[in-house]
Design a protein around this ligand. Sequence first.
Ligand SMILES: [Zn+2]
Length: 322
Amino acid sequence: MNRHVTRRVFLGATVSSLSLSNNGVTSGAGSDQNLGVDQKKTGWIDAHVHVWTPDVDRYPIDTRRYSVDDMVPASFTPQQLMAECQPAGVERVVLIQMSFYNTDNSYLLDVIKKHPGVFSGVAIVDHHAADLPTQIEALSAGGVRGFRISRRGEGAGNWLTDPGMARLWKIAGRHGLSLCPLINPRDFAVIDQLCLKYPETRVVIDHFGRVGVTGEIVPAQLNSLCKLARHPNVHVKTSAFYALGKKQPPYKDLLPMLRRVVDSFSPQRLMWASDCPYQVQGKHDYQSSIDLVGDHLESLSKTDRQWILRDTSEKVFFNKVS
Ligand SMILES: [Zn+2]
């Protein structure tokens, strides 16, 4: 498929009705309430995007760790996001809870609610919270389909022994929700152990597990990522191209890594994602990200491409849950 085909699919998806209000969720409801509803979903899905609003009075950030100066760009609302997505034929998006908000998922939930059928969500929860099951139930009812786990530089070592983490893995597995580790290659061994322990729990690893983030695709790291394919529930986001390898559009130096994960996991366990707004800063742009999978990965069949650009994400993040 080339980009012309990508655009044709996009144009077939009743795009004219995809109009978001100027101020994101803080504007009055009304004109865009039918957004995405009852449309045939043929457009692509971006499996990893962050949104935030400059309205920190209504949606406060975690000031113990962040200040408004850390919010760069100053805002990335659904409106700004869709201006990037729509020309590339992307119709639905998985919102990943932004670290500025820590465990306060209210902006993410409000955006999902305001645009039915367009967004799914991956939230952040405090896995030590006494009412974790209740929190998860409420988030799931609000359209959340996964939980982000990360250790901010500490490594994932204690995840194997942490009782809160055990609870989170069990609950997620029971309800068909995903755990989405933002990890580094040194953490793959821990994920491997957790997957043995909780085989029911679906796992979606962000950004190739950051193989290539140092600028170099280290073969041993890629091998250990691909070894995780032995667990049928492990999925990988082929994403954040701006941050991996040479970090230079059109990102073709990442093609060998992409082919390798396609061979190991199959397209049915891979999902493309941009990691906006970071993918649209400086020399980077949205179309270059989707084109790496849509245009440059020539060995893929049309069906394979549809899995990576839409169907895997649809199955994992736009599913009904029990
Ligand atoms: Zn991200």
